[in-house]
Design a protein around this ligand. Sequence first.
Ligand code: G6Q
Length: 540
Amino acid sequence: MMRTQMPEWRKLAEHHERTREAHLRELFAADPERGTRLTLEAAGLYLDYSKNRVTGETMRLLFALAEACGLPRAVRDMFAGERINTTENRAVLHTALRNRANAPVPVGGRDVMPAVNAVLARMADFARRVRAGQWTGHTGRRMRNVVNIGIGGSDLGPAMAAEALKPYGDRNLRVCFVSNVDGTHFAEAVRGMDPAETLFIIASKTFTTLETMTNARTARAWTLEALRDEAAVARHFVAVSTSAAEVRAFGIAPANMFEFWDWVGGRYSLCSAIGLPLMIAIGPENFAEMLEGFHAMDRHFAGAPLDANMPAILGMLGVWYNNFFGARTHAVLAYDQYLHRFAAHLQQLDMESNGKSVSRGGQRVAWATGPVVWGEPGTNGQHAFYQLIHQGTQMVPADFIGVCRSHNPLGDHHDKLMANLIAQTAALAFGKTAEELRAEGLRGGLIAHKTFDGNRPTNTILAASLTPHALGALTALYEHKVFVQGVIWDVNSFDQWGVELGKQLASAVLPELAPAGEPDLRHDSSTNALIRRYRGRRGR
Ligand code: G6Q
């Protein structure tokens, strides 16, 4: 049945009609316990969802919708390795990558856990050797630079986590990430690096991606120009991929390849061998701690009843705003400088998963699916775009993420940071009325400008400290939130045909940019003109 025709959806629509004007000021006034009642702890994270425009009845109706859409069954199917990625006929088993309990997970009748554990062990052995200076380069020097070359899912997760967990990293080892096909990215990344001390990790699920292969070839040329011996490739290049054949064709020996599997989606691959640069940066023990955090959230998600289930609560709140209030974006505001790439990772995770307009059955959906996800770290955003969140004409539901203990406890910085986080959520919820302004002595025309309506919904997520465990739990929380919403919106959260299209588009134009001859351009007039203009002015 169409989602919007389900009785549970209709009940929510009626409930929305009745309650949409209710103000958080009234909801808090009517229930002094609200700020502690609408909270939850899981996997070391604390969620306060009291500053949402919901009542107990709203949550009951949202969970009823989740039940009716088959969420509990869908969760079981994912964890059990059913082929829920139907358009690619694949299981979706990123949870097996951090299945610390090691319970068997069968895919096509075979338990995947021995292979998962074997790759993790090989990664740990390699990471230890690089960190200890035992994996030396072609001239016998230890590696001081590790450059991950990958893009999208083969970049954003480990790049985000390497930043987030910098305090756990070996500061003598520079770990950096090159993704963009823009030569500037590579050139600036390796500037000042010595090829004799530089290890490249070529990370690509398919090992055919244009950007990654282009950067990888450039990296090989850069290495060989300095080291002048093909044999150097074996010491300076390792690969992370699902395709041994493509890796071999590139010239990297299978012994230097770390495998993962087609049941790991790119944006869900941080816990697979794609996490190798992170493991080298923070060490296998910290990486294992991160996996524990992921696993703790996985267990919570799989086991907790919907009304005490953090990903389900966050997911259904998002549905409430997206489909009933018409919110079109969702902000993720992390009050921790180390999380400065977290929103970028979530952007891919969420928008690539649920940015779909066709249902699992192949019909066009008649309801809104994934919102635009965006964000910058606090407090920077406060001096920039928060204006619109406070007083703009559209509702922007937001998640505020903070930690109680800083890794850099300088003076009173952290108290000031957290005071801002807490005060912002209160201001967004309760606003400032004209009466309050008058009571402060304000008169005249400025009252309208300085009035804050409030009633702007937020979640607050707190961790004790940004440990590997906390980062794992936090990342898994959002993975599962996205899953919940994909089930409600009836989309396949695990394919990405739009990204695949992008991989093909440029290949038609590329040969037409080559200098030789005058190409017979058969595009639209804009595309043709852009190609001609570029050809006439390109640098070479
Ligand atoms: C992720 C996407 C996409 C993918 C990149 C890189 O879920 O599928 O971002 O990760 O396009 O693909 P390769 O790993 O195959 O190079």
